[in-house]
Design a protein around this ligand. Structure first.
Ligand code: ADP
Ligand code: MG
Ligand code: MG
Length: 251
């Protein structure tokens, strides 16, 4: 049983003429087995939240706290966060020239577990997970994200989650840019991890359509760097009908 607790989180980024506050007091608790959807308009700070949790150096936490099972996440390096069980699937996955998918996955697994996986079961696990995600086996020998299509990048993110088995996974717009078939395959992958582990999920999305495949327990509407409203899955239906307008209209 794990708990990620975000409290009063304020985050700024450095810009040309000083710094700009983007997160303005985020409070959120994600427990094992729970699926939280964070929904919000573009530019509301959703990716900033994801990067801040992952430890991206550009984002400076000015106040607040983040703990995983009581441990101070903000004091951890990026690697330590991963070893502690945090996983981030980025909205825009980066290329890793010269590193194959196969090597990347094995290195990550070794770093997280503190020992290299048993070769025979590992090869089988990778093949199985790739088959589940309808990925060509040749994919394993390509360099990470180099020339990958949008859909391939997203599948590769889910492949990582499936093999690394994080305690808490943050998926930043894993649905964006996917056609219906790819969305279904990716969603099935997420649901497989949910069914076979106790992962706590933070599903960041602009659109409601992925929530037809992955049912959230909680929905949080993110506006202007903080959570503006919270509810259950019915809140997503309401957003589907009404959009974000009512949150953006000045009072
Ligand atoms: P979302 O993911 O909800 O679309 P982001 O977190 O990407 O929102 O961005 C929130 C705001 O912060 C935007 O106004 C964006 O331009 C700004 N921002 C995010 N990252 C940076 C950065 N590295 N430098 C400058 N501004 C940034
Ligand atoms: Mg974003
Ligand atoms: Mg579960």
């Amino acid at each position: 049983m794990s708990t990620l607790e975000i409290s009063g989180l304020h985050v700024s980024v450095e810009v040309e003429d000083g710094s700009k506050e983007i997160l303005r007091g985020v409070d959120l608790t994600v427990r094992s087995g729970e699926t939280h959807a964070i929904m919000g308009p573009n530019g509301s700070g959703k990716s900033t939240l994801a990067y801040s949790l992952a430890g991206h150096p550009r984002y400076r936490v000015t106040s607040g706290s983040v703990t995983l099972d009581g441990e101070d996440v903000l004091a951890m390096s990026v690697d330590e966060r991963a070893r502690a069980g945090l996983f981030l699937a980025m909205q825009y996955p980066v290329e890793v020239p010269g590193v194959t998918v196969s090597n990347f996955l094995r290195t990550a697994k070794t770093a997280i577990d503190g020992q290299s996986p048993k070769l025979r079961t590992w090869v089988k696990d990778v093949k199985g997970a790739m088959a589940n995600l309808r990925m060509d086996p040749e994919f394993a020998e390509r360099n990470v994200n180099e020339g990958f299509s949008g859909g391939e990048k997203k599948r590769h993110e889910i492949l990582q989650m499936e093999l690394l088995r994080p305690k808490i996974a943050i998926l930043d717009e894993t649905d964006s840019g996917l056609d219906v078939d790819a969305l279904r395959i990716v969603s099935e992958g997420v649901n497989r991890v949910k069914a076979t582990s106790d992962v706590g999920l933070l599903l960041i999305t602009h659109y409601t359509r992925i929530l037809r495949y992955i049912t959230p327990d909680f929905v949080h509407v993110f506006v202007d760097g903080r959570i503006a409203e919270e509810g259950g899955p019915e809140l997503a239906d309401r957003l589907e009908d009404e959009g974000y307008d009512r949150f953006l209209t000045p009072a």
